[in-house]
Unconditional design. Sequence first.
Length: 110
Amino acid sequence: MDKRREPRFQADQPVVVTILTEPPIRVDALVKNASGRGLGLVTVTPVPTGAPLRIEIEDSIVLGEAIYCRADPDGHFVGVELDQVLVGLTELARNLAAFAPDFGVEARRP
Protein backbone atom coordinates (compact mmCIF):
# COMPACT_ATOMS: atom_id res chain seq x y z
CA MET A 1 0.00 0.00 0.00
CA ASP A 2 1.35 3.42 -1.01
CA LYS A 3 1.40 5.78 2.00
CA ARG A 4 2.06 9.01 0.09
CA ARG A 5 -0.01 12.05 1.04
CA GLU A 6 -0.42 13.03 -2.61
CA PRO A 7 -0.48 11.05 -5.85
CA ARG A 8 2.69 10.94 -7.96
CA PHE A 9 2.53 11.45 -11.71
CA GLN A 10 5.00 9.85 -14.10
CA ALA A 11 6.95 12.20 -16.37
CA ASP A 12 9.98 12.28 -18.65
CA GLN A 13 10.66 16.02 -18.68
CA PRO A 14 14.23 17.22 -19.27
CA VAL A 15 15.31 19.99 -16.86
CA VAL A 16 18.43 21.86 -15.81
CA VAL A 17 19.32 21.60 -12.13
CA THR A 18 21.64 24.01 -10.34
CA ILE A 19 23.03 22.69 -7.08
CA LEU A 20 23.30 25.89 -5.06
CA THR A 21 26.73 25.26 -3.56
CA GLU A 22 29.77 27.48 -3.83
CA PRO A 23 30.48 27.39 -6.70
CA PRO A 24 27.07 26.42 -8.11
CA ILE A 25 27.01 23.22 -10.17
CA ARG A 26 24.69 22.91 -13.21
CA VAL A 27 23.62 19.45 -14.35
CA ASP A 28 21.10 18.10 -16.81
CA ALA A 29 18.37 15.95 -15.28
CA LEU A 30 15.14 14.19 -16.13
CA VAL A 31 11.97 14.51 -14.05
CA LYS A 32 10.76 10.93 -13.58
CA ASN A 33 7.76 11.71 -11.37
CA ALA A 34 6.12 14.69 -9.72
CA SER A 35 3.55 15.57 -7.08
CA GLY A 36 2.39 18.79 -5.46
CA ARG A 37 5.13 18.48 -2.83
CA GLY A 38 8.08 16.98 -4.66
CA LEU A 39 9.92 15.74 -7.71
CA GLY A 40 11.84 12.60 -8.52
CA LEU A 41 14.85 13.44 -10.73
CA VAL A 42 17.48 11.34 -12.45
CA THR A 43 20.91 12.96 -12.78
CA VAL A 44 24.30 11.73 -13.96
CA THR A 45 25.94 13.41 -10.96
CA PRO A 46 25.19 12.58 -7.31
CA VAL A 47 23.47 15.39 -5.40
CA PRO A 48 24.32 15.90 -1.70
CA THR A 49 21.41 15.29 0.68
CA GLY A 50 20.19 18.63 2.04
CA ALA A 51 21.54 20.62 -0.92
CA PRO A 52 19.35 23.53 -2.08
CA LEU A 53 18.39 23.18 -5.73
CA ARG A 54 17.15 25.44 -8.51
CA ILE A 55 15.33 23.51 -11.23
CA GLU A 56 14.57 25.14 -14.59
CA ILE A 57 11.53 23.64 -16.31
CA GLU A 58 10.47 25.37 -19.53
CA ASP A 59 9.06 28.76 -18.41
CA SER A 60 9.33 28.01 -14.69
CA ILE A 61 11.84 27.87 -11.88
CA VAL A 62 11.40 25.48 -8.97
CA LEU A 63 13.34 25.82 -5.72
CA GLY A 64 13.71 22.82 -3.47
CA GLU A 65 15.94 20.64 -1.33
CA ALA A 66 17.48 17.27 -2.11
CA ILE A 67 15.96 14.91 0.45
CA TYR A 68 17.81 11.80 -0.72
CA CYS A 69 20.02 10.57 -3.55
CA ARG A 70 20.44 6.89 -4.44
CA ALA A 71 22.08 4.93 -7.23
CA ASP A 72 19.82 4.33 -10.23
CA PRO A 73 20.39 2.32 -13.43
CA ASP A 74 20.42 5.64 -15.33
CA GLY A 75 22.65 7.52 -12.85
CA HIS A 76 21.34 8.88 -9.55
CA PHE A 77 17.72 9.21 -8.43
CA VAL A 78 17.17 12.39 -6.39
CA GLY A 79 14.10 13.02 -4.25
CA VAL A 80 13.36 16.74 -4.09
CA GLU A 81 11.05 18.48 -1.64
CA LEU A 82 9.60 21.59 -3.28
CA ASP A 83 9.84 24.97 -1.58
CA GLN A 84 8.91 27.62 -4.17
CA VAL A 85 7.55 27.42 -7.73
CA LEU A 86 7.76 30.41 -10.07
CA VAL A 87 5.72 30.04 -13.28
CA GLY A 88 5.00 32.29 -16.26
CA LEU A 89 8.38 34.02 -16.23
CA THR A 90 8.20 35.05 -19.90
CA GLU A 91 4.85 36.74 -19.32
CA LEU A 92 6.21 38.44 -16.20
CA ALA A 93 9.16 39.84 -18.18
CA ARG A 94 6.77 41.18 -20.86
CA ASN A 95 4.62 42.88 -18.22
CA LEU A 96 7.65 44.44 -16.54
CA ALA A 97 8.91 45.68 -19.90
CA ALA A 98 5.53 47.33 -20.57
CA PHE A 99 5.82 49.36 -17.35
CA ALA A 100 9.55 50.03 -17.59
CA PRO A 101 10.81 49.65 -21.18
CA ASP A 102 14.44 49.92 -20.06
CA PHE A 103 14.02 47.26 -17.36
CA GLY A 104 15.82 44.56 -19.35
CA VAL A 105 18.69 46.91 -20.24
CA GLU A 106 19.13 48.20 -16.67
CA ALA A 107 19.11 44.70 -15.20
CA ARG A 108 22.06 43.69 -17.40
CA ARG A 109 24.32 46.69 -16.74
CA PRO A 110 27.26 46.08 -14.36
